[in-house]
Write a new protein. Structure first.
Length: 229
């Protein structure tokens, strides 16, 4: 994929996440540059997420330093760079502010899978017990340690981080992190939620695959009408 298409795909992901209310004015998604693994592509600090386009995707190195003239990277770029340093299997990182997922962490509710697609996160999602901004390499490293080998983590009272091997995969994971949280929160209003059994989690693990990523991506692409071609 050439760089123009890469930037368009990343911008599309960010716009769809903003449409869904998972990213607001300060969320961000990054991609390890497939043409240079020492670089990260990420939406710029100043670009409005609701109008963002491929031209608003900028480059940074793995220390979080902007590589393009007259550009500013997000202050929390250390979330992304720390994950890339620790996880060579990860090529895309999303920092979200999903309202229900975050509210569960504020209430001290343990995030557990209660629906089929929630199984993509295994038995649960770790919580980083610090609601502050991740604006230094040290804070990024601490967050990456909490994430460990998981697909997602929750930042208590702040937001969430979803990681994946591709842009479409991170979008898929971001959608279902919040969707499972909504089901859990609704169940808590009327009774005691029943988490998926271990065998159900294992049986549903196969939904983490390309045709599922494509299906969800295409649905929201058509629903939002976003098109940078």
């Amino acid at each position: 994929m050439n760089e123009d298409l890469i930037r368009a795909e990343l911008a599309t992901c960010i716009r769809m996440l903003e449409y869904l209310g998972l990213i607001d004015f300060s969320g961000h998604v990054s991609l390890r540059n497939p043409h240079n693994y020492k670089e990260v592509l990420i939406n710029s600090w100043g670009a409005s997420r609701c109008r963002l386009g491929p031209q608003d995707i900028v480059r940074a190195d793995l220390d979080g330093v902007a590589l393009d003239e007259n550009t500013i990277v997000p202050s929390e770029i250390h979330i992304h760079t720390a994950v890339y340093r620790r996880r060579p299997d990860i090529h895309t990182v999303a920092h979200l502010h999903p309202p229900v997922t975050t509210a569960l962490s504020v209430a001290g509710i343990t995030y557990v899978p209660v629906m089929h697609h929630g199984a993509i996160f295994g038995a649960g999602v770790p919580v980083h017990d610090n609601c502050g901004h991740v604006n230094s390499a040290e804070k990024g490293d601490a967050l990456a340690q909490t994430l460990g080998d998981c697909r997602a983590m929750i930042m208590r009272g702040h937001g969430a981080v979803v990681v994946a091997e591709s842009v479409k995969a991170v979008f898929f994971g971001s959608v279902y992190l919040e969707d499972n949280a909504k089901k859990l929160a609704e169940a808590l209003k009327i009774g005691n939620p029943i988490p998926l059994r271990d065998d159900e989690v294992q049986a549903a693990a196969g939904i983490w695959r390309q045709n599922q990523f494509d299906k969800v991506w295409q649905y929201y692409l058509e629903k939002t009408g976003i098109n940078f071609s």
